[in-house]
Design a protein around this ligand. Structure first.
Ligand SMILES: [Zn+2]
Length: 281
């Protein structure tokens, strides 16, 4: 309202005013109602959205839960597998350690055996060398010939078994011959003895026949004895053939040359030793 007099409103105007007011109020109410509806819709929409969000969140949460559970199961499986693997590895390691231990024992045993074998071998070698050295020293020194007193170097006999066989035959033949001769000399000596005994009455002591017979008898006895001595030497030579020492000079082991054995198959000393022995006589 302005300055001046207040205008009085007409009833029509008032009526219309009321109608307008009413309409306005209605409109307002309608608007309010619409607003309410809109708000309600909005609220409902919001609520729906919230519910949808909640549901989605729930789903997500459930999915997460499921995923977590699955993860846990997978982890547990993984752990179990790892534990299984670890157990298997441990067993394998134990088996390997046992095998290694056994192998080590075996190796140690083998080494000990090998060590003993080598030790025995070394000892045998040392013994062999000592023997060889002693033999070499002895060979260098030679063998003392009891006939001459000198040291001589022993040498191996070079007679073949065939040669020894031939010499043996010679020895056997010579023995037969010499035994026969020795017996002949003996028989002759005995005959002379009988002759002398029987002739004591026939022959005169002065004629000297008794002495001659006696001398002859003694000569026969000597020849028989020396022949018998050779027979004994032949027996010894045959014995040496049996023993395998035939052909070596008895005092010092030097080989007797075949030429000498052919001449005297029963020789048991070489010419060298024999001449030394002869010189000493
Ligand atoms: Zn000799």
């Amino acid at each position: 309202m302005g300055v001046g007099m207040p205008k009085k409103s007409s009833p029509r105007k008032a009526n219309s005013k009321t109608k307008k007011a009413r309409a306005k109020s209605l409109t307002l109410a309608k608007k309010a109602a619409a607003k309410k509806v809109a708000e309600a819709k909005k609220k409902a929409l919001a609520a729906k959205k919230v519910a949808a969000k909640k549901a989605a969140a729930k789903k997500v949460a459930e999915a997460k839960k499921k995923a977590l559970a699955a993860k846990k199961v997978a982890e547990a499986k993984k752990k179990a597998l790892a534990a299984k693997k670890a157990a298997a590895a441990k067993k394998a390691a134990e088996r390997k350690a046992e095998a290694d231990r056994k192998a080590e024992i075996k190796r140690a045993l083998f080494e000990e055996k090998e060590r003993l074998r080598l030790e025995a071998l070394a000892q045998a070698e040392e013994e062999r060398r000592a023997k060889e050295e002693a033999a070499a020293a002895l060979a260098a020194l030679g063998t003392r010939c009891e006939l001459s007193g000198f040291y001589v170097k022993p040498s191996p006999s070079e007679l073949t078994s065939a040669t020894v066989g031939q010499l043996r035959e010679k020895l056997v033949k010579a023995k037969e011959e010499l035994e026969r001769k020795a017996n002949e000399f003996l028989a002759e000596a005995e005959a002379l003895a009988r002759e002398r005994e029987g002739g004591d009455t026939q022959f005169d002591e002065e004629s000297g026949d008794g002495d001659t017979i006696n001398t002859e008898r003694e000569r026969d006895l000597l020849l028989s004895a020396s022949t018998q001595a050779v027979v004994e030497q032949i027996d010894q030579a045959l014995e040496r053939i049996k023993k395998g020492t035939y052909g070596a000079c008895t005092p010092a082991g030097r080989a007797i040359p075949l030429e000498r054995l052919e001449a005297i198959p029963w020789a048991d000393v070489c010419v060298d030793c024999k001449s030394r022995a002869d010189r000493r006589r």
